[in-house]
Write a protein that binds this ligand. Structure first.
Ligand SMILES: NC(=O)C1=CN([C@@H]2O[C@H](COP(=O)(O)OP(=O)(O)OC[C@H]3O[C@@H](n4cnc5c(N)ncnc54)[C@H](O)[C@@H]3O)[C@@H](O)[C@H]2O)C=CC1
Ligand SMILES: O=C(O)C(=O)COP(=O)(O)O
Length: 527
């Protein structure tokens, strides 16, 4: 198992990776894109912080990569859509540096209100200047927190203790949560217009890029102070520099930049009323240990095929949800795999039906497992839970999820209906209490088969001798039949047969069965 650590992560995390069975951990930091592309070719797991840019080109070169672990929160240095398309899981460590980032923000807030770095510099320059550094109190001032997630919330709590009025803006902030935190639930405009201090705590996305721009600065109070310990790019740096020069903004404290490291001629460097730190929000002993251990643990679980959490490109399931969904995830994958081998032709539509208690839960993960099973017939190990929805999109397959009322016969039922240019097929499975998963329907015919191992499935005309002939052909080839199921609607019509066999059916035998008079469809299935 080859693991590459491309940024400085705590030794505690590296040791966890080294302790994984069969792991070979290489630590090489500060690589160029070309060097990383070379280094990553045979790597299964890559660990980074914010410095290494994991571009689409890097991922293209990473033929064996299964997982990217981000020892921290922001994943904007990783091309997540490209990773998802390639089925690579991206895992971050969302909780480990929250307090450190909040404390750094608070340090910036106080620094900004009392000119500490500028005053320190003046003393070192031989001056004793007490007039130039008159500050403002935080008490009684209004702080706008844009983005009230983990870090924004911790900043808000601390600001409350300092006697500030806090206005929170976040699409996910509810009135009740705002009340609980003792903050004012505000719109973006209300927050930025009322604030004496504004701090941003959103991720960098299309929506938040230049959230604070020239128009936003124009609407703010004269003398407002701005803090960014989230991501460069949330604030338009040119517009901020202009607003600072014009005196509209009285001060800014910035930890993160559009380009890191910042260029020597960056417009903010020359301005006196600005405090700059080189992306230090998460740089504490505690945060670095936390995030490195967290991410190494989850990456390790994934590499060992164990359940893992904090994947940013997979839906997250609580332990309780996992326990409920687990048997359905397995059944869904088997149904997908079965249908993928049973259905021929160009498929345009897949409908997944959920009946029974499962319909009350988040079914999106089950859909992923059905699609993963389906696509693994064609793509093998290249299809996984991460890229399965993308593969459906790429191959022009419409996927529909339908929640159905509980049926009369089965207390729970998963159905998979597939429309192809050769017609419509439907397979269904259920979970019998105590007996596990069973296939209970194929193309409208009732059967009861365990979905496992090698099988022969046929649709044939229900006439004497069919089953005997198939049995002899298999017997002559040394293929033993372990179980047999036949489903039919009326005598002499069409029937479906499911044979569980002890080993794979040779291609030549399958061809012969397919050519038999009365056989409509015959497929070897491997589950
Ligand atoms: N300077 C540093 O070293 C560090 C920076 N960070 C950065 O801090 C940021 C926040 O981190 P967390 O609080 O852990 O994330 P989080 O996911 O808990 O919170 C982000 C919040 O932003 C909100 N949001 C998203 N789009 C928004 C929009 N358009 N307008 C308003 N709110 C919006 C979300 O609803 C969410 O509540 C991230 O960008 C992260 O990368 C995190 C740790 C250290
Ligand atoms: O966790 C985050 O989002 C951070 O910005 C921390 O970045 P870093 O790991 O210190 O390069």
């Amino acid at each position: 198992m080859k693991i590459l650590v491309a940024d400085d992560i705590s030794q505690f995390g590296i040791e966890k990776l080294q302790n994984l069975p069969d792991s070979q951990v290489r630590v090489r930091t500060g690589m160029s894109e070309a060097e990383l592309m070379e280094e990553i070719a045979d790597t299964e797991a890559l660990l980074v912080r914010s410095q290494t840019k994991v571009t689409a080109a890097v991922l293209e070169a990473a033929k064996h990569l299964k997982v990217i672990g981000r020892a921290g929160v922001g994943v904007d240095n990783i091309d997540v859509p490209a990773a998802t398309r390639r089925g690579i899981v991206v895992i971050n460590a969302p909780d480990g540096n929250t307090i450190s980032a909040a404390e750094h923000t608070f340090a910036m807030l106080i620094t900004l209100s009392r000119h500490i770095p500028q005053a320190d510099r003046s003393i070192r320059e031989g001056r004793w200047d007490r007039k130039s550094f008159v500050g403002v109190e935080l008490r009684g001032k209004t702080l706008a927190v844009l983005g009230t997630g983990r870090i924004g919330t911790e900043v808000a709590k601390r600001a409350k203790v300092f006697g500030m009025t806090v206005m929170g803006y976040d699409p996910y902030l509810t009135e009740a949560r705002a009340k609980e935190l003792g903050i004012i639930h505000a719109t973006f405009d209300e927050a930025i217009e009322a604030a004496d201090f504004i701090t941003v705590h959103t991720p960098l996305t299309k929506e938040t890029r230049h959230l604070l721009n020239a128009q936003a600065f124009a609407r703010m109070k004269d003398g407002v102070r701005i803090i960014n310990c989230a991501r460069g790019g949330i604030i338009d740096e040119e517009a901020l520099a202009e607003a600072l020069q014009a005196g509209k903004v009285a001060g800014a404290a910035i930890d993160v930049f559009e380009q890191e490291p910042i260029p020597a001629d960056h417009p903010l460097i020359a301005l006196k009323n600005v405090v700059l730190t080189p992306h230090l929000g998460a740089s504490t002993v505690e945060a670095q240990e936390n995030v490195a251990i967290d991410v190494a643990e989850q990456v390790g679980y994934l590499l060992q095929g164990l359940p893992f959490k904090n994947a940013v490109n997979l839906p997250s399931l609580s332990g309780e949800q996992k326990a409920i969904l687990q048997p359905y995830l397995a059944l869904g994958e088997q149904l997908g795999l079965l249908a993928g081998q049973w259905v021929g032709g160009a498929v345009s539509e897949v409908e997944i039906g959920f009946a029974g208690p499962i319909a009350e839960h988040d079914i999106s993960y089950v859909t992923r497992t059905v699609l993963k099973g389906w696509f693994s017939v064609k793509y093998g190990d290249d299809a996984n839970y991460v890229n399965a929805p993308f593969l459906a999109e790429q191959t022009g397959i419409t996927v529909r999820e339908v929640k159905q009322p509980r049926g009369k016969v089965f207390t729970n039922l998963l159905t998979l209906t597939v429309k192809s240019d050769q017609g419509e097929h439907r397979v269904a499975g259920t979970l019998y209490n105590g007996f596990g998963p069973r296939i209970v329907e194929i193309d409208g015919y009732t059967v009861d088969a365990a979905p496992q191992g090698n099988m022969l499935m046929t649709r044939h005309v229900d006439k004497p001798g069919m089953i005997g002939k198939i049995g002899s052909l298999l017997g002559d080839a040394g293929v033993n039949i372990a179980a047999m199921q036949v489903g039919r609607r009326e005598t002499g019509g069409e029937a479906v047969m499911v044979l569980s066999v002890d080993k794979a059916i040779p291609e030549a035998v399958l061809t012969e069965i397919s050519k038999m008079d009365g056989i409509v469809l015959a497929r070897a299935i491997d589950l």
